[in-house]
Structures are given as structure tokens and as C-alpha cells.
Design a protein around this ligand. Structure first.
Ligand SMILES: *Cc1c(COP(=O)(O)O)cnc(C)c1O
Length: 385
């Protein structure tokens, strides 16, 4: 039986093997494992690519978010952490980290529902929350560009300006994605990237990056990633050990050369899925919203009539892997569902989509024949030949 994984990292390695092997060998020769030359080189390349003044390599996407929030608490409040009464608005339909970093920074998450077409936080619902609550408690927002699709950044930045809120972009799934002519991660006060192996720019282990145009935030994040000090043996803040590894930076530099090509390949696969699956009334296809350059970190459909799990199993039995991102909205998790988070309204869109979403394989190097095989199998499930 054919086996089709969600991603084929082995295949990607073969595709760029010489570049990666050379990069690793260079590290073996210089032995500068901590904040070696590759970290700076990657930071400069990515800052230029995203179109920001600074980019700072950190140990994971989660750390990018934590360090951003901690730096903001220091800059805006003159204290190490936010207070519990400080609220940060985000989406309940995301990876755990987006919400737990708010708790780690001392603040209270407020979950605001998504738009079920784009899967991203709904700016009108953010406004609704601000109107119906005490808006002076809200300090910021973390929009997540889920699956590679940009949030409605004009509306979000307009709200931010009106209510004097910071915006930290969670770009973990959208490296290279754009809102209008701006790269994601260049619009908010910071952009937080993840280089987890399965992300669309992924290393061979954990890694992350903070992008910003703000000199003070950049300096604070640089301090927080190394114990909170400017000097090696003197600390100013409660810091972390959260540096990007030299070895990961070297591998990422090699893989970075392919990012635009790979994002384009993802978009082509998405086009084939869109074209071929559009006749099926039992599924809802993803949309690329206007002004968004979608990089399809995930190609996610919604399956109607409660048939998601049945379809998932059917594909599994035929060798095709799929994933449910995400089976549980954050506000239903124990960590948040205990009085340490607030929910604006019911978040019923987020709850509904957790029951119906299904992400299909979108390996950038997947050939059209493979994509057609997946499509044929899905059509088979619905009795269409
Ligand atoms: C992966 C991910 C993160 C966390 O990144 P790590 O590198 O795994 O720590 C945060 N937010 C979203 C939306 C993610 O997908």
C-alpha cells in the first residue's frame, strides 16, 4: 500500500542535501556552538526578508512569544511581568502555546471567536469584547496567522490604535506569508516565528525568531534570551536560556534559500486540491482571503455532517495521513478553564470547527500524481468516481 505522510522531511533533506551537509560541516570546523556566526547571519537575512530592523534568534516559537510579552511588560509597565488584571486578547483556535505564554507573562488571556471561513480571530468580535467589557484592562492582542493565512491586519491595527493596545503577531505557521505588500511579522510590535521541524521553515530541532522595528524591545529580547543581562556576569531582568542554536541557524540558512520556492509549491498543491475538490458538496474548502498571500502551512478542509473522523479513518486505511489541527479549543483546556482565562461570548465558531476540520498532506515536494491520488481517495469516500 502507498504511504503518504503529511510532510516528507526525508525527501526535503535529499532535495537540499549538499547545502545542508556543507552548513553542518562548517559548524563542525569552527566549533562556535553558542551564538555562533550563523545565528547573526540568519538574523540579518530574516530581518531583511521580513522587512524589519531587528530579528533575534531564540530557542522556539514559544520562547519568541514569551520573550516578546516579557519585553513588553518591562517596556510598558516597568515591571518584570504583567499583572493578572492585564488582559491579552487572542484566538481559542490555535496551538496551546499562544495562550499559555500569556499566563507565563503574568497576564490573563481573553479568547475571542474566529471567523469560520478564515479560521482567524474575528476583528468585529474583538470590538464587541472591548465595547462590552472594561477596555482599560486590555493591554494587547496576539493574532495568529493560522495555517499560513494572514489575519485582517488593517482592522486589527486600527483597533490597536484606537484602544492603545500592542499587537504581537504569532507567525509560527506563516513564514513568508503576506498582508497586502507587507510580510507577516512586520506589522505588529513583534512577530514570533517557529522553526519547529514541521513548520514551513523548519530546522532539525527547536528554534524560533522574534522580529521587530522597536529598538528597545529588540534589546530587551536579546537580554532576556541570555539570563536577562547585557553582560555575561551581570543580569538586569529575570531572563531565560533561550538562544537559537548555532547548528539550527546553519541548517535554517541552508533551508531559507528554498522558502519562496516551497511556499509557491504549497500554493500550487492547494490550487490542485481546490480545483478538484470543489465539486464535493460535503466539504468546505479553505479560502484565501483578500489581501492575504496564503502560504498553506496547512491545507485544511471542513467535513460536513459529522463525517470528519470517518473520512480520516478511511484515508488512514488507504495509507494517507491527515491531521486535526486542533481537536480542542483553548478555552476548553484545563489550563485555561479554571478561572485564569476569560471567554468573550461563546466562541461557538471555534468549537464547531474543532469537530469538522481536517488537514490534508501538503508536502511541498509532493508530485501532482500523489495529490491526485489523495483527491481520488477522498472522492471515493463520498461515492464519486
Ligand atoms: C508551533 C506553534 C507555536 C509554538 O512554536 P514552537 O516552536 O513549537 O514553540 C506557537 N503558535 C502556533 C500557532 C504554532 O503553530
Amino acid at each position: 500500500m502507498r504511504k503518504i505522510p503529511m510532510l516528507d522531511l526525508q525527501l526535503e533533506y535529499e532535495y537540499m542535501r549538499d547545502n545542508i551537509d556543507t552548513a553542518i560541516k562548517r559548524c563542525l570546523e569552527h566549533q562556535k556552538w553558542i551564538l555562533g556566526p550563523e545565528v547573526k547571519e540568519l538574523e540579518d537575512k530574516i530581518a531583511q526578508y521580513i522587512g524589519v530592523k531587528h530579528s533575534i534568534g531564540v530557542a522556539s516559537g514559544t520562547d519568541a512569544l514569551v520573550l516578546s510579552l516579557r519585553a513588553l511588560a518591562i517596556k510598558l509597565k516597568g515591571q518584570e511581568y504583567f499583572d493578572k488584571t492585564d488582559e491579552i486578547i487572542t484566538t481559542p483556535f490555535t496551538f496551546i502555546a499562544t495562550g499559555d505564554v500569556i499566563l507565563r507573562a503574568g497576564a490573563t488571556p481573553v479568547f475571542v471567536d474566529i471567523n469560520p471561513q478564515t479560521y482567524n480571530i474575528d476583528p468585529d468580535k474583538i470590538r464587541e469584547y472591548l465595547k462590552n467589557s472594561n477596555p482599560s484592562k486590555v493591554v494587547g492582542m496576539i493574532p495568529v496567522h493560522l495555517y499560513g493565512q494572514a489575519c485582517k491586519m488593517d482592522k486589527i491595527m486600527e483597533i490597536a490604535k484606537e484602544y492603545d493596545l500592542f499587537v504581537v503577531e504569532d507567525v509560527a505557521q506563516a513564514f513568508g506569508g503576506m498582508w497586502k505588500d507587507k510580510k507577516l511579522g512586520s506589522i505588529g510590535i513583534t512577530g514570533c516565528f517557529s522553526f519547529f521541524p514541521s513548520k514551513n521553515l523548519g530546522g532539525f530541532g527547536d528554534g524560533g525568531m522574534v522580529s521587530t522595528n522597536d529598538d528597545e524591545i529588540a534589546e530587551l529580547v536579546r537580554m532576556l534570551r541570555v539570563h536577562g543581562g547585557r553582560d555575561k556576569y551581570n543580569a538586569n531582568h529575570i531572563g531565560y536560556k533561550a538562544r537559537l542554536d548555532t547548528l539550527q541557524a546553519a541548517i535554517l540558512l541552508a533551508k531559507f534559500k528554498y522558502i519562496d520556492e516551497f511556499n509557491e509549491r504549497r500554493r500550487k498543491i492547494a490550487e490542485v486540491y481546490n480545483r478538484e475538490l470543489s465539486e464535493l458538496n460535503d466539504i468546505t474548502l479553505p479560502v484565501e482571503s483578500s489581501n492575504s498571500y496564503h502560504v498553506y502551512h496547512q491545507y485544511t478542509i471542513r467535513v460536513k455532517n459529522g463525517k470528519r473522523d470517518e473520512l480520516k479513518n478511511y484515508l488512514k486505511e488507504r495509507g494517507i495521513d491527515t491531521m486535526v489541527y486542533y481537536p480542542l479549543p483553548l478555552h476548553k483546556m484545563k489550563i485555561f478553564n479554571n478561572g485564569r482565562a476569560k471567554i468573550s461570548g461563546k466562541c461557538s465558531n471555534a468549537e464547531e470547527v474543532t469537530q469538522s476540520v481536517l488537514s490534508l498532506p501538503i508536502e511541498p515536494l509532493q508530485d501532482e500524481e500523489t495529490t491526485m491520488y489523495i483527491i481520488g481517495t477522498i472522492k471515493g469516500f463520498f461515492g464519486i468516481t
